[in-house]
Design a protein around this ligand. Structure first.
Ligand code: IVH
Length: 714
């Protein structure tokens, strides 16, 4: 019993709090039920802190959420030479540069640590925050202040600057810490205590665990290091180039990595990668690749960012570690849109710093050894239960299968037969003609879909109710107390009237119940974008939801348009598909879903319980384009279409592909033809390239800009 308590508790913590499971579900369930049986047989031996009596684990709480002044983005990845050369080509194309033009890049080590943002005001550290969701992170100021590697004061700095960098632990320090932790765990177990000590999988986790620590004395004892590699908000220009800016960070008194090199072409970039790869084992800290950044800050500014990563930087990742393990079983999971997703259960194995027990098998073609076009993958070798498979973690997170060892395959093995019906509700699961996926046709009547839909509804990017973790939602779904999104908002009232109050249930206390109810109350006030994401319409993710909200502004207007567009024609349909970034498939999915009877009922019920705020365009005082709907047509000379759109968006404009009476402005380049004509007929303002550049504040005759916009100069 003692051992089961420790192992189940650890698995709970890994699953719920760290989001990194260490046991296959089947094993976890077996251990937990064995523990429960023993506890029923010997109640006097049941420990007060037994994990059988709790739903989920304590979420990491205690850190206030803080909004970064500038969003913390992440980096796009390159995995091979081609990805890197595509990156360079893409940049030149975006900037309308001749392929032969030299664009200088810096190359830096990608440190495998915890991203941090340090806010300095008038040279004094006033706040430290983790990346969190990107826009909002956790306030870890008190912990960071204990670190001697982070200066509390910097000199000659801008009035306001958010320093971005990496907190990490050296390999030596990590080994020492883990040895101590292991001793502590052993000691606690020997003395029958539940151990709070944790053995970390890798230096990155150790660094993250040491910062996201409620007891700051623990952080202090961990000897963490810090290196600055950039900045977010800053009250004055930093420099002309990234390399100069890094030198300036160093002059301010911030630790920076001296290993920063300038590269003038792809060959130099690849050489840098190879020498960092070769030198990696000798470093005192872990790195997982090389980060390349466009050196010129003017060019960085022009390139701007896509939704999650800047266009001017990329991380070229080192090749992943690969390991062999046995494939124990293949399960079919049903996703919220009905997709039948095959998952391989593996003999758990350590790879790339974490223990992997599950790996996605994508679809039936993938299992059979074919890609979407019918071409062989893995030399056409299929995947079978019982096979030895080679695993790696791609893009650093998602585990995948690299190869199958045929020499170890047993003669008695047979090909995996992919089900043609939903394993949850039994409805037909026909194959889609476009993506090799089978989808359950049971719709909202399928329990698996409904449950996954609920999990998505409360997830971070949607309504963000973190008190309703997966296990808790599953439990409420099992009891029938929450089966639709609207049920979440009536649960407190219903449990108050009938049934066992939450605080009297296993695993709940007065305080955790109150916390959950408070979170639910808070989430009644929801934004258009969050709500649309939460409803989980197929093909409609974060980006599409933002475009839709920007276009319609209010939820009522949106619902009304969806109804008007139900025949996939008419002005409301045209309006929807004219949004740049929304194609026919996405639009049809939206309209179809919002006209589905069952879905409409769910939305109606939900609206009784929510206060939906309209989309608010970000405040951009002084921007001549803020809130304006723009169509680009014809060829622009000074900048490629992509850059023109990105600039307009950055200044608060909405971009459309078709001219209609909803459009405020048409930018007509060379050969604009029909669209320009139609715009003039409708009385819409049409401007040519020169006026467009003026709107952007660029003068074609400005010599400095002409240098950056080479086509203008010519
Ligand atoms: S630049 C706009 N430079 O990698 C994002 N990031 O995978 C700019 N990282 O969140 C990031 N070493 O925490 C940059 N030399 C380096 C880095 C580095 C490590 C981390 C960083 C970022 C993550 C992206």
């Amino acid at each position: 019993m003692e051992e089961l308590v420790v192992r189940v508790t650890e698995a709970d913590h890994a699953y719920h709090t760290l989001d990194s499971p260490i046991l296959p579900d089947s094993k976890y369930d077996a251990m937990k039920s064995q523990l429960r049986q023993l506890e029923d047989a010997y109640p006097e031996l049941k420990r007060d802190d037994s994990p059988t009596g709790s739903v989920g684990a304590v979420p990491l709480k205690g850190f206030a959420k803080v909004r970064h002044l500038k969003t913390m983005l992440s980096l796009d990845n390159a995995f091979n030479e081609k990805d890197l050369s595509d990156f360079v080509d893409r940049i030149k194309r975006f900037l309308s540069l001749d392929p032969a033009t030299v664009v200088a890049f810096t190359a830096e080590r990608k440190i495998d640590g915890l991203a941090i943002s340090l806010l300095y005001e008038k040279g004094t550290l006033v706040r430290a925050a983790t990346r969190g969701r990107g826009d909002v992170g956790e306030d870890v100021t008190a912990n960071i202040r204990t670190m001697s590697a982070v200066p509390k004061n910097i000199k000659n700095s801008p009035d306001v600057i958010e320093i971005r960098g990496e907190i990490y632990m050296t390999r030596d320090e990590f080994e020492k810490l883990n040895a101590q932790q292991a001793l502590q765990v052993e000691k606690d177990m020997a003395e029958g205590r539940k151990s709070m000590a944790k053995v970390f999988a890798n230096p990155r986790n150790a660094a993250a665990g040491s910062v996201r620590q409620l007891d700051r004395e623990v952080t202090r004892s961990r000897k963490l290091k810090f290196l600055a590699h950039g900045w977010g908000e800053v009250s004055e220009p930093m420099a002309q180039s990234h390399s100069e800016a890094v030198a300036r960070l160093s002059q301010m008194g911030l630790p920076v990595n001296p290993a920063i090199h300038k590269c003038r072409n792809l060959e130099e970039m690849l050489n840098r990668y190879n020498s960092e790869l070769a030198g990696r084992p000798q470093l005192e800290y872990d790195i997982d690749g090389v980060v390349y950044k466009v050196d010129s800050l003017v060019l960085q500014e022009r390139l701007g960012s896509a939704s999650t990563a800047p266009r001017w930087a990329i991380a070229f990742k080192f090749p992943p570690e690969k390991v062999w393990t046995r494939l124990l079983d293949i399960d079919i999971q049903v996703g919220r849109t009905g997709v039948l997703a095959p998952v391989a259960r593996l003999e758990p194995v350590a790879v790339g710093g974490v223990t992997v027990a599950n790996v996605t098998l994508h679809n039936e073609d993938y299992i059979a050894g074919r890609d979407a076009k019918g071409e062989p993958i893995r030399d056409g070798i299929d995947i079978r239960v019982g096979d030895f498979v080679q695993i790696y973690r791609s893009g650093d997170v998602i585990p995948r299968i690299a190869a199958v060892d045929l020499s170890k395959r047993e003669d008695s093995s047979s090909r995996f037969e992919f089900p043609a019906a939903c394993p949850s509700c039994g409805a037909d699961a026909p194959r889609s003609s476009t993506d090799s996926m089978r989808r359950c046709s049971g719709g909202l009547a399928c329990q698996a879909q409904a449950l996954e839909g609920l999990k998505h509804f409360v997830s971070r990017q949607a309504l963000d109710i973190d008190g309703l973790g997966e296990k808790i939602i599953e439990e409420f779904y099992r009891t029938g107390e929450i089966t639709t999104p609207a049920d979440i908002f009536t649960i407190e009232q219903r449990l108050g009237r009938a049934g066992t109050p939450l605080e009297e249930r296993k695993g709940w206390q007065e305080k955790s119940a109150q916390n959950l109810y408070r979170q639910i109350e808070d989430s009644r006030q929801v934004g258009f974008v969050q709500l649309l994401i939460a409803l989980g319409v197929r093909h409609v993710g974060v980006q599409t939801s933002e475009l839709v909200a920007e276009h319609f502004r209010t939820w009522d207007r949106f619902l009304n348009a969806m109804q008007q567009a139900r025949e996939l024609s008419g002005p409301d349909w045209e309006g929807l598909v004219s949004i740049d970034g929304i194609g026919d498939v996405t639009a049809a999915s939206l309209v179809g879903t919002f006209n589905n009877r069952e879905f409409k009922r769910i939305v109606d019920d939900l609206m009784q319980n929510l206060d939906i705020s309209s989309f608010e365009a970000p405040d951009m005082p002084g921007s001549p384009l803020a809130g304006r709907a723009i169509v680009f047509t014809g060829t622009l000379q000074a900048m490629a279409r992509a850059e023109a759109k990105a600039r307009a968006e950055a200044m608060g404009a909405r971009i459309y592909g078709a001219v209609s009476n909803k459009i405020d402005l048409v930018v007509a380049g060379k050969g604009s033809g029909k669209k320009g004509e139609r715009a003039r007929q409708l009385g819409i303002e049409v401007i040519e390239e020169e006026a467009w550049l003026q709107l952007l504040g660029i003068s074609a005759t400005d010599p400095e800009l002409a240098e950056e916009l080479p086509l203008l100069a010519s």
